[in-house]
Design a protein around this ligand. Structure first.
Ligand SMILES: CCCCCCCCCC(=O)SCCNC(=O)CCNC(=O)[C@H](O)C(C)(C)COP(=O)(O)OP(=O)(O)OC[C@H]1O[C@@H](n2cnc3c(N)ncnc32)[C@H](O)[C@@H]1OP(=O)(O)O
Length: 206
């Protein structure tokens, strides 16, 4: 793709399916009064998470930071282990970085929500050793449905757009994990007061 065509693609709004368009009765997202302050690092929701967990040796180690409103930013350094084509990031890894950044918006709403749908536009290849600057926000909420979007830019927050995503997150109860997760990990989490505290931080009515 030529540079002109890439610029045009970056300027285009993401082409989303109908289920990613908020319904007419959707409302603006509300930042929870106890949400982390703008500028604060959000921390990991689960230390073994592939996206953000510090104890996950194969993970992306994303660290998201709260911003004003219902918005977060994160940086992701593309390592050789993240390659798809020679010297370039794998698209699935980039989608994971977007998914994790979008998931961290949970901290600002203080709800527990999982990805129902994630649509990604890959606008430009991302070379190994690039730092991808991710910026995600919640656009609207309708009942349990959280409509959000994210963009990733190469090299700086003002750098060229490489990826965009639109997503629908669905609010769930803690039981979603207890009922569906492997019992080994669920029991380990429940026995760890720090992990219980982290999970509680997402709940509006703990
Ligand atoms: C402790 C904090 C944890 C934070 C984790 C963040 C990590 C990063 C984010 C992730 O990667 S999460 C992991 C990947 N996602 C999943 O594993 C979710 C798997 N899917 C499910 O468990 C269920 O399908 C889901 C909970 C999403 C929905 O099932 P439910 O039975 O609760 O809801 P339901 O199917 O009734 O749908 C509720 C509404 O959402 C809509 N919906 C659900 N899935 C949709 C979908 N895929 N596309 C469009 N709309 C969808 C659905 O149409 C409906 O709309 P209406 O209320 O208007 O009728």
């Amino acid at each position: 793709m030529s540079n002109d065509n890439r610029q045009e693609a970056a300027a285009r709004p993401p082409s989303g399916s109908a289920s990613l368009i908020p319904p007419p009765d959707a409302t603006a997202p509300v930042r929870h009064p106890d949400a982390p302050a703008p500028g604060e690092l959000l921390g990991s929701h689960y230390e073994h998470c592939f996206g953000c967990g510090g104890l996950q040796p194969h993970g992306l180690h994303l660290e998201a930071r709260a911003r004003e409103g219902v918005r977060v930013t994160a940086e992701f350094t593309v390592r050789p282990a993240h390659q798809g084509a020679p010297g370039l990031a794998h698209g699935g890894v980039l989608a994971t970085a977007l998914d994790e950044t979008l998931g961290s918006l949970n901290w600002l709403l203080r709800v527990i929500a999982v990805t129902g749908r994630l649509e990604t536009d890959f606008v430009r290849p991302v070379p190994v050793d690039s730092v991808l600057h991710l910026d995600a926000e919640v656009n609207a909420v309708a009942g349990r449905k959280i409509y959000c979007s994210a963009v990733g830019r190469i090299g700086s927050p003002e750098g060229p757009v490489a990826v965009r995503a639109s997503a629908l997150f669905i609010e769930v109860k803690v039981d979603h994990f207890i009922d569906n997760g492997r019992s080994e990990e669920i029991q380990a989490v429940m026995a760890d007061p720090d992990q219980v505290r982290r999970t509680r931080a997402f709940e509006v009515n703990p």
